[in-house]
Write a protein that binds this ligand. Structure first.
Ligand code: PLP
Length: 368
């Protein structure tokens, strides 16, 4: 299997640890181990005595039990813990897809959601979200994309990079279609629980039935990317068994310290959500003002969830703009071309505390 370079990762590799302002991060503000442990009396002492042997391949029973609280019908034996969401995407596709299978993928998208399938020799059709529709997906278009060889649909809501959140009626209908056509529905929900209005939160995909797989991670909404703890939740025993068996060839089991810390984080996830949504809401007011002042230079579709948006530059070329901006001002934006978008969009990150200073720097650049 051959995979092309992961464009976003390569772009970040050039700048992530040397640029002053990352104005395009997908995750929320992280925190220190000490700050996380301070959520629970006694946790710091317990962490010191943690045993550093191999852990259970499916993930520790207590962590899986904690993960079940994100869902309504899921049991610990339905949860398989991975090293980040990325490993779970890789294993799902290897476990369930084969050459010439057809897969429909919500686009634009995080690269691995289509690339691993392509690498396996699958035919991949993008199910395209359009800015002029507020980044909505059209279910009729999905029906037209279907082929006899269609095996799976991949959706990501809340969405990277647009912040689109599918309406409940559409999500219900999508599950109905997948069930009727006997397709697997892979629901990338790594930004779930970051809805600005909690009433908009969708049920998790895995709670709709055996056709669906939910993907979660500590990296995004909870701001703990360094833990590298992700998971899938599914009632589909065949998917579970095949993924678990492949995991013996990738990471075998997860990091014991990370599992311990992930459990503390998820037990206290409401505190993390409140903190991170607070940062996002403040940042949104700053960028709302920016885009009002610069409405002739950018389009602005305000997201409904998550830590990202995908505005468009109306004058000039987005790659040259981002390149010049980072060189002259130390502010990193991510050109939409890294998502194969050719319409001059760029990814804007909303989850970092220093966004107001970064926006000020951006505005100084624009005014020159
Ligand atoms: C939609 C989506 N899925 C999966 C991932 C992978 O998450 P992680 O890096 O925590 O493995 C990302 C990361 O940016 C993402 O945005």
């Amino acid at each position: 299997m051959s995979l092309p370079p992961f464009k976003i990762e390569r772009y970040f590799a050039k700048y992530e640890f040397t640029t002053e302002f990352l104005l395009c991060s997908s995750d929320c503000e992280a925190m220190s181990v000490a700050d996380l442990l301070s959520f629970e009396p006694g946790a710091a002492e317990k962490f010191q005595t943690l045993w550093l042997g191999y852990t259970e391949s499916q993930g520790s029973p207590t962590l899986r039990k904690e993960i079940c609280n994100l869902y309504t019908t899921i049991q610990p034996e339905d949860v398989l813990v991975h090293t980040g969401a990325e490993e779970a995407i890789y294993l799902f596709m290897h476990a369930m897809l084969k050459e010439n299978d057809h897969v429909i993928v919500h686009a634009p998208h995080y690269q691995s959601l289509s690339e691993v399938a392509k690498g396996l020799g699958c035919q991949v059709s993008p199910w395209l979200a359009r800015e002029e529709n507020g980044w909505a997906l059209d279910l009729d278009e999905l029906r037209h994309l279907m082929r006899p060889s269609t095996k799976a649909i991949v959706v990501n809501t809340p969405h990277n990079p647009t912040g689109y959140l599918m309406p409940r009626a559409d999500f219900d209908e999508l599950h109905k279609i997948a069930q009727e056509k006997k397709l697997l529905l892979f629901c990338d929900e790594v930004y779930r629980e970051s809805e600005y209005n909690p009433a908009d939160r969708l049920p998790a995909g895995c709670d709709y039935g055996e056709h669906a797989v939910s993907l979660g991670v500590t990296s995004k909404t909870y701001g703990l990317a360094g833990l590298r703890i992700g998971w899938i939740a599914t009632k589909n025993k065949d998917v579970y068994r095949k993924m678990a068996s492949l995991k013996d060839y990738t990471t075998i089991c997860n990091s014991a310290p990370s599992e311990f810390l992930a459990e503390v984080a998820l037990r206290n996830r409401q505190k993390l959500i409140d903190r991170n949504l607070g940062i996002i809401q403040h940042n949104l007011s700053v960028v709302d003002d920016l885009f009002t002042r610069y409405s002739s230079l950018f389009t602005w579709v305000r997201p409904k969830a998550g830590s990202m948006a995908f505005p468009k530059l109306l004058k000039g070329d987005i790659e040259r703009f981002c390149d010049d901006l980072v060189k002259k001002s130390g502010v990193l934006l991510l050109p939409g071309s890294m998502y194969d978008d050719s319409r001059n969009h760029f990814r804007l990150g909303l989850g970092r505390k220093n966004l107001p200073q970064a926006v000020q720097r951006l505005e100084e650049y624009l005014s020159k």
